[in-house]
Write a protein that binds this ligand. Structure first.
Ligand SMILES: [Zn+2]
Length: 584
């Protein structure tokens, strides 16, 4: 961990407006600065920098945080590298190299590498014969298995851990690496057991995580198990096989659904196949891709889940400079199956003929309607105009309108007029949404609360929690009011609860309180959330009276749910009845 005083000084010497200005052209607007967001593609500015709270927030894509977060995201580096970068810029000596976090990260990488070797050796041992059969059954050759370092985690609760401990790793280090897990009773056990293993590499070729697949479907546990996020592994910033793909001169990348699909494609002679790490595509992965690729072909499965993922990916990618197309796989459920059935050459033909994203969406729309019927034609036309609006250049607009006219028998001029109307309506709507977001103090609409935690009321509580965190960051003295009445573990939003707990701890140690004081220890989404909360409260004073009101709201919400929790269904019905009567 880098010393806190160092970060405080660094942040004081790195004014967020100055730093952001070297990447984004900012215009002053009152007490804030706005510009075009560097994290998503936009034509009207929704990216705002707030000098007083030294934070930023984009109302378009939700990116937000402090100056260190900004550098992390824009340079796609981790916390320590961002700090070093800012230190260089501010002319400060680099933080002590023997920092504990850096050392632990190195140990984690070492443990992962040794674990990968162990899994590879186990694969080739007697116990690994079923795992070997599994990989062969997937059509993988020995050289592919070696190249990707595939392995087998023995079906034991301690073999992997014991081996790594013998190599000198401590239990704490192995837990930090996600290789061991601690049980509720306090003992530790191997995280990956009886699974075929795929190591996940970073761009430099370090093993940063593992993905384990169940060998025996009868065995308990999920079909896939992935390493938890660690100091070395952030899944939203990782693309599987990118370390290999980046060596290829080809700029057309194939984005696959699973890492095994990507491996099969490499073996079949497609060296630019990459895959996400068990999550939907993220903006950070898109940014990473756009550093190496000009074009991305989406090669997801043809099932419903795959099609949903395709749609989401198109939305995300259409905000990037990358050309996007979608692979249609006839007579097979995924690329892997197609290649096995028809061979790599036919797959390449498929790739070369893959539709661009708009063509894909138009085809989807056409499939929803019976074009032979007048109603069907109109429905198709309406959806098609929705697809085209805001996405095409004037020339393309003309081409597509001509094609739609042929398909639907509606005059081209009429279609062009409708399309223009849709484009105007769309930009009006976008402008209005932006404005609303900018003015929105009633942030309730963007708070997500699990249903299980009680709908509307929970929304009010979640909002109160956000406002309290904002109040403390703006006026740290308020903490003395809040701390006796609110515990971090009682927060609905666990990330925000963690932020609050950190603020309490730092305050108890007499440290300076701001977003940079806690951002290192929080997940990115929480830092973004706090960026947004600060943005929404920038022009709003939060008084002592408000703070008490929010605390009251949170406290008042508690008795009902905790009284309700212990009741049977009948008792609960009766209880709700009495509540209703009381109200009446
Ligand atoms: Zn943005």
């Amino acid at each position: 961990m880098i010393p806190r005083e160092y970060i405080t000084e660094l942040v004081q010497r790195s004014d967020i407006v100055d730093v952001v200005e070297s990447y984004v052209q900012l215009r002053r607007r009152g007490r804030t600065h706005t510009g075009l967001c560097p994290f998503h593609n936009e034509k009207t500015p929704s990216f705002v920098v707030y000098p007083e709270t030294q934070s930023f927030y984009c109302f378009g894509c939700g990116a937000g945080g402090d100056v260190i977060t900004f550098i992390k995201r824009i340079n796609n580096v981790d916390y320590v590298e961002a700090v070093k970068f800012l230190a260089g810029r501010a002319g400060m000596p680099l933080p002590e190299e023997d920092d504990q976090t850096g050392r632990l990260r190195t140990r984690i990488l070492g443990a992962n590498k040794d674990a990968a070797r162990f899994f590879f050796t186990s694969l080739n041992s007697d116990a690994g014969r079923f795992a070997r059969a599994y990989w062969r059954g997937r059509g993988l050759t020995d050289s592919t298995i070696r190249r990707f370092g595939l392995g087998y985690a023995p079906d034991s609760f301690h073999e992997t851990g014991d081996h790594l401990k013998r190599l000198g790793y401590t239990e704490e280090e192995l837990i930090a690496a996600g290789l061991l897990k601690r049980s509720e009773k306090g003992s530790t056990f191997d995280f990956f057991r009886g699974r075929v293993m795929i190591p996940i590499f970073d761009l430099r070729g370090n093993v940063i995580a593992f993905s384990g697949r169940k060998l025996d479907p009868e065995q308990p546990g999920g079909k896939y198990v992935n390493s938890p996020e660690t100091l070395a592994y952030k899944k939203s910033r990782t693309l599987f096989a990118l370390n290999y793909a980046k060596k290829s001169a080809e700029r057309r990348y194939l984005l696959c659904e699973g890492n095994l699909d990507a491996i099969s494609m490499h073996q079949a002679g497609f060296p630019t196949a990459v895959a996400g790490c068990g999550t939907a595509l993220t903006a950070e992965q898109v940014k990473l891709l756009s550093e190496y690729a000009d074009e991305v072909v989406l090669c997801y499965d043809s099932d419903e889940a795959g099609q949903k993922a395709t749609k989401r990916a198109i939305e995300l990618l259409s905000a990037s400079p990358l050309r996007v197309s979608v692979l249609k796989i006839p007579d097979a459920k995924d690329p892997d199956e197609f290649i096995k059935k028809f061979g790599a050459d036919r797959f390449r033909t498929l790739l070369d003929g893959s539709d661009n994203a708009i063509e894909y969406e138009l085809a989807q729309a056409r499939a929803r309607y019976d074009i032979a019927a007048p109603d069907g034609r109109l429905g198709y036309l309406r959806d098609a105009i929705g697809v085209l609006a805001g996405r095409v250049t004037p020339t393309e607009r003309d081409v597509y309108a001509g094609r739609l006219a042929e398909e639907t028998n509606v005059e081209k001029a009429a279609i062009l007029a409708q399309l223009d109307g849709a484009i105007r309506a769309r930009s009006r709507r976008a402008a209005k949404q932006r404005e609303q977001a900018l003015l929105s103090e009633g942030a309730g609409g963007r708070i997500r609360v699990p249903y299980s935690q009680g709908g509307q009321k929970a929304l009010g509580v979640a909002f109160a929690e956000q406002q309290l965190v904002a109040a403390i960051l703006k006026t740290p003295e308020f903490l003395s009011l809040v701390a006796p009445r609110l515990r971090g573990d009682a927060f609905l939003d666990a990330g925000l609860g963690r932020a609050y707990t950190l603020l309490c701890e730092k305050s108890a140690r007499g440290e300076y309180l701001d977003l940079s004081a806690i951002s290192e220890e929080l997940p990115d989404e929480t830092v973004s959330l706090i960026g947004r909360i600060l943005a929404q409260n920038y022009d709003v004073g939060i008084s002592e009276r408000d703070v008490e009101m929010y605390l009251d709201r949170i406290e008042n919400s508690r008795p009902v749910s905790s009284t309700a929790a212990g009741r049977s269904a009948e008792e609960l019905a009766e209880y709700l009845q009495t509540l209703k009567q009381k109200k009446a």
